[in-house]
Design a protein around this ligand. Structure first.
Ligand code: 2RA
Length: 340
């Protein structure tokens, strides 16, 4: 016996990846419903070798469905997640709406799988932001060994994090560079993204940081350890898929680069590619379609007593969103619902 699974937002970048990953990992699905807003109604999406027609999110009855993977943004989530949860369907939500709610677990299964057991207060489990998910996969095993005090991270985030419109804007602006009769003004992004980088993701906060940076601080604390201090600079780069992060970590205890490399080699979800030679590291384009969080450039930070620098790269649509949501569904199934 398997699960009755709903994917809401099935026509978007993340919703489509959720369907791909459910099929790839042979998640035990008895029945699946794919939902979309009225605008995309009737659009067909693939699930393994099947083609499914989207149904209307606004009128769907969640009664009798086990889990719903939501990838619809905070606005619609506010309306539909409580409806699904009240109907007894556990919502695994990719928006930021519930991430900071103390009654909602925020889960990265490699780091805090036990947290799914707290789902029942609201019948909702939150999926973290993409930039946090890949970073904590790399940090947790190091924290378990040497206790992290402080993290300084700079991100290089691909345009797919801003959805299909972000990808279209990079594509159109890039073409326009070679065809000067086209003039593609910034729309999704604040400045030209083609052949540029933009130190601004999500809205500005009062202290001058952006909400994307704030999310990395708050989510790392909730998932790994509330004592860890994080400071982040989040930057959009002209890459279609794959986020990269340069992470400086300060520990309480000494840990040398060789031991860190060995720990990360064994850690769940991590793949170490770290050769000190030309090309001996992973770049975003190489991680597309993969499940792993890739870690390269592991080296001592000689400016502090117990410090390391690492380079962390992952497919933001997968580990940063859809894969993590499916892993939460698997964890919920294995630890709690036990149907599959
Ligand atoms: C971004 N963090 O890359 C967002 C997506 N969740 O814009």
């Amino acid at each position: 016996m398997g699960y009755k699974v709903v994917v809401a937002g099935a026509t978007g970048n993340v919703g489509r990846e959720m369907l791909n990953i459910l099929a790839e990992r042979q998640f035990p699905v008895d029945e699946i419903a794919v939902l979309a807003s009225r605008r995309s109604l009737g659009t067909e999406v693939s699930f393994g070798d099947k083609t499914l027609k989207t149904q209307d999110l606004a009128t769907f009855d969640f009664t009798g469905w086990d889990m719903a993977l939501f990838a619809i943004g905070s606005g619609p989530t506010k309306e539909f997640a409580p409806k699904a949860a009240a109907a007894g369907c556990v919502v695994i939500d990719n928006s930021s709406l519930y991430r900071y709610d103390p009654d909602v677990p925020l889960v990265v299964p490699e780091c805090n799988p036990e947290a799914v057991e707290g789902y029942a207060k609201k019948n909702i489990i939150a999926n973290p932001n993409c930039s946090t998910a890949q970073m904590v996969v790399a940090l947790k095993p190091l924290h378990d060994r040497a206790r992290i005090k402080r993290v300084v991270v700079s991100t290089y985030q691909s345009v797919s994090g801003a959805g299909k419109e972000g990808m279209d804007e990079l594509w159109d602006q890039t073409k326009a560079i070679y065809n000067p009769t086209d003039d593609v003004e910034p729309n999704k992004f604040q400045k030209q993204i083609a052949f540029n980088v933009i130190p601004h993701i999500d809205v500005f906060m009062e202290d001058g940081s952006t909400k994307e940076e704030w999310k990395m601080v708050v989510e790392t604390k909730k998932i790994v350890d509330s004592s860890i201090k994080v400071t982040a600079t989040c930057v959009r780069v002209p890459v279609f898929v794959g986020h990269a992060e340069a992470v400086n970590v300060e520990f309480e205890d000494f840990i040398d680069e060789d031991e860190a490399r060995d720990i990360l080699r064994e850690a769940p979800g991590c793949m170490v590619i770290d050769k000190r030679e030309d090309g001996g590291y992973v770049t975003p384009i190489e991680c597309v379609g993969d499940y792993a969080t890739f870690i390269s450039r592991i080296r001592q930070d000689p400016t502090i007593d117990n410090g390391l620098n690492i380079w962390v790269v992952s497919d933001n649509l997968r580990k940063g969103a859809a894969l993590n949501a499916v892993q939460i569904a698997e964890t919920l199934g294995n630890r709690v619902l036990k149907k599959g």
